[in-house]
Design a protein around this ligand. Structure first.
Ligand SMILES: NC(=O)c1ccc[n+]([C@@H]2O[C@H](COP(=O)([O-])OP(=O)(O)OC[C@H]3O[C@@H](n4cnc5c(N)ncnc54)[C@H](OP(=O)(O)O)[C@@H]3O)[C@@H](O)[C@H]2O)c1
Length: 288
């Protein structure tokens, strides 16, 4: 049995669908059963309703599980609780979504958090595989309301390039590893899209997909942080996001890898493909 946590999220939903489509026994940990896809793509999937903060629900979800695909919102106490539960329930292998630049001395909180969880996983005695994606293209959905209303977006990543990846390719990589964990023990895979792109490229590709000009308004990280707070983001999240965008501007995410193709046998999707597939999400309301 394979358990996928964070199953309603950007990576988890598609990972569950893919494992299910390969007729592998899969269980999805969700906080709210009503959030499971209702389109039949999960038909046959076992649903475990649970919460990382309610450890009895974690233990129940882990019972009889061989492989855990560990996706969390990056709260270390929650991830550590899931690893401890996996040890207690005799899970064998953990596939953890992590960050390529997770180190103890990273200036970025969430990277230090991932490093702490990785250390806990290494010490747990479980076998594991680490998957480290570059920026997810699905993060662009957070800009959709602004794009719909103003035909533009603000960002503080300057002209920094990133190996942005479609989360569907992260899901495919996770499903490939979970289907055959013994072949990937102790390995770390870096997951990226096929090319380095900037937010200027995002504006160009969005303009092409929507058939109208979408403007990229460059902010400094401080201005962007302020704008995110004004838009209602919690202050620590806005601060952390602005810090990461500032690093991206300096080239921090300008890395590519072939690991998606190695794991899945297919090329990762391009930014253009992602935007064409999801163009409806960015269509200005006047066009609807
Ligand atoms: N986003 C990126 O660009 C990026 C890049 C590299 C690495 N990563 C890493 O990828 C991981 C996933 O990030 P993401 O942005 O893809 O996450 P996401 O889409 O927001 O998914 C988070 C999932 O966790 C679930 N969840 C939240 N709190 C929970 C709780 N208390 N108990 C059980 N489930 C809970 C959510 O369920 P609900 O639907 O109920 O909220 C959701 O399914 C993180 O570790 C992140 O650091 C992300």
């Amino acid at each position: 049995m394979i358990l996928v946590t964070g199953a309603t999220g950007k990576i988890g939903t598609e990972a569950v669908r893919l494992l299910n489509s390969e007729h592998l026994p899969v269980r999805a940990l969700v906080r709210d059963a009503a959030r499971a896809p209702q389109n039949g793509s999960w038909s046959g999937v076992e649903i475990a309703v649970g919460d990382f903060d309610q450890h009895d629900t974690l233990d129940a979800a882990m019972a009889g599980v061989d492989t855990l695909v560990l996706i969390t919102p990056s709260v270390p106490t929650q991830e550590i609780a899931a690893i401890d539960s996996a040890v207690g329930q005799a899970v064998k292998h953990v596939v953890k979504i992590t960050n390529h630049k997770a180190t103890d001395d990273s200036p970025v909180d969430r990277r230090r958090d991932h490093a702490r969880v990785e250390a806990h996983l290494r010490a747990s005695g479980l076998t594991y595989t680490l998957l480290a994606p570059n920026l997810l293209m699905q993060n662009l959905f957070s800009m959709a309301p602004a794009i719909k209303q103003t035909h533009g977006f603000v960002m503080s990543a300057g002209d920094g390039r990133s190996g942005m990846i479609d989360a569907r390719d992260v899901s495919a990589a996770a499903a490939a590893v979970a289907a055959d964990p013994a072949s990937h023990e102790g390995r770390t895979y870096l997951l990226t899209g096929p090319e380095l792109v900037t937010y200027a490229d995002v504006a160009v590709e969005l303009s092409r997909a929507l058939g109208e000009e979408i403007e990229y308004c460059r902010l400094t990280p401080d201005q962007h942080r302020e704008a995110m707070v004004q838009a209602g983001l919690p202050e620590p999240v806005a601060t952390s996001n602005a810090q990461v965008f500032g690093l991206i501007a300096e080239g921090d995410a300008a890395w590519l890898s072939h690991d998606v193709t190695t794991l899945t046998g297919h090329e990762p999707r391009s930014l253009r493909t992602f935007l064409m597939d999801h163009v409806f999400a960015f269509k200005p309301t006047t066009d609807v």
